[in-house]
Unconditional design. Structure first.
Ligand code: NCD
Length: 320
């Protein structure tokens, strides 16, 4: 992985993605140990700077940093000086002055991780910026797809057909996912009502469809997106019931999938809206596997960004 930050999937390219996935294999092995901890980042400090709500991404990064023996600091907007009017820049410079090695940032505004990278020497990792990008989600999704298809002898995503379904317009997961899946050679179809597709989707390297029933039998992976009501400033769908009847993965629709097709979702789920409860809990649904792999992928990212610098045990095998 070149560079000191992970801001966009585009920073990685296919080789960078493959490198992260390769290193992740080692950390999946570490995570399965009785004591899932290695000393690779001892003495390093990783700060989580989350200006938006999060359950899995935040806990996943924190767990990843701890399993690498890094020290962790946690910033929560509601209990910080942000409530007293402190600016983002002052907050970053304050934390920076304490001596940190990485900042994991989530913010509702697109581009904030790039701004922060201009204010600190520490590595900046984008954990979701507005509707824009969420690179580690895309990496853990690629890893999960590859892991599930290994049993069928496939080593890569090349030629796999992936349908990304639902609220693409507001989804940073979709933007990073499309970049990563297509970089690895997968064929992506976005399936959504017109109102939930961004106008720019016309120029993405994907097919577009409004007919989920027609797409499902042809795909290896169906990747469902949450309807992001908190980001909708206008009524983009008539009712939830109509959305589900057109684009929800109901039990009837799941029966259209090929036998070994995977069902994925970044979480949090709106059960009964984009996915029926009984479908989310089917063995072909790998949603919890995505979460488990998220920790190992984030260990790999932290390791690749931080283990090479001065004072590190660079050259050591990551899992020694
Ligand atoms: C996503 C996010 O916050 O971008 N969740 C996640 O990080 N796993 C997707 C979402 O909120 O729907």
């Amino acid at each position: 992985m070149s560079g000191t930050n992970l801001l966009s999937v585009a920073d990685l390219g296919a080789d960078g993605i493959e490198e992260v996935l390769r290193v992740t294999d080692s950390f999946v092995e570490v995570s399965a140990r009785a004591i899932p901890r290695v000393p690779a980042l001892r003495g390093r400090t990783v700060v989580s700077l989350f200006y938006e709500c999060s359950t899995r991404t935040r806990l996943s990064f924190e767990t990843a940093a701890k399993r690498l023996s890094a020290d962790t600091m946690n910033f929560t907007v509601t209990t910080s000086s942000t409530t007293k009017g402190e600016s983002l820049r002052d907050t970053v410079e304050t934390i920076d002055a304490m001596g940190i090695d990485a900042v994991v940032v989530r913010h509702s505004a697109a581009g904030v991780p790039w701004q922060i990278a201009g204010w600190t020497e520490a590595s900046v990792i984008n954990a979701g910026d507005g509707w824009h990008e969420h690179p580690t989600q895309a990496l853990l999704d690629c890893y999960t797809i590859r892991q599930c298809h290994k049993s069928t002898g496939r080593q890569s995503l090349a030629g796999l057909r992936i349908a990304v379904v639902g609220d693409v317009k507001h989804s940073r997961v979709a933007r990073s996912g499309v970049l990563a899946f297509t970089a690895l050679g997968a064929e992506v179809t976005l399936v959504a009502p017109r109102t939930l597709l961004p106008p720019s989707a016309e120029s993405w390297p994907v097919d577009l469809s409004h007919d989920l029933d027609a797409v499902l039998p042809k795909v290896d992976v169906v990747y469902l997106l949450r309807l992001q009501n908190e980001r909708m400033t206008e009524a983009l769908i008539p009712t939830l019931r109509e959305y589900t009847s057109g684009y929800g993965l109901t039990r009837r629709r799941a029966a259209l999938l090929q036998e070994d097709a995977l069902v994925m979702h970044p979480g949090p789920l709106n059960r009964g809206v984009e996915v029926a409860t009984e479908v989310a809990d089917l063995p072909r649904s790998v949603i919890t596997q995505q979460v488990s792999n998220g920790v190992a992928v984030r260990m790999a990212v932290l390791y690749l960004l931080l283990a090479g610098g001065a004072g590190s045990q660079s050259g050591d095998h990551p899992v020694a």
